[in-house]
Design a protein around this ligand. Sequence first.
Ligand SMILES: [Cu+2]
Length: 178
Amino acid sequence: MLKILHIFDIYIFMKLLILILFLIPNIVFAGPIKMIGEKGNLSQVNRTITIKMHDNYFEPSEIDIKKDETIKFIVLNVGELVHEFNIATKEMHTKHQKEMMMLAENEIILSDKVDKEKMREMAKKNPAMAHSHSNSVLLSPGEKGELVWKFSNKVKLEAACNVPGHYEVGMISKINEI
Ligand SMILES: [Cu+2]
């Protein structure tokens, strides 16, 4: 009897541990997302900046922004590969690259297209697979996207593509506070 109880306790403990581990990223993430700014309001846009995503670099490679500015980014994928435009800190990009690797391994992100059908299916089991982030757009070749962002300038930011391998070869636009 004692032995059964013990096994049962371990089972409960493991369940709790998994739940805690699952919640940690969400708790940690709640902080930085505010630090990097927030999803902007279309009615408060100060400027529009067009970004061209090539294989594998952004044009322009540097973006100047002022404190509290709301920018509407028009993002064009002019390359032949899938690209992402994501505004975050270097640390956040590093974390996001693991998610993107998972999407690539599950063949949701293919080299030249995003399997949106599969993405929806997988997202039912794992919401991280939905790639639904207010600070990024993921585009297939020839696609156009929009992102409105209000900057708060509390931390150093960079716009980057986290499709596996792209960040490493320099698919980054430096965001300068002026
Ligand atoms: Cu890319």
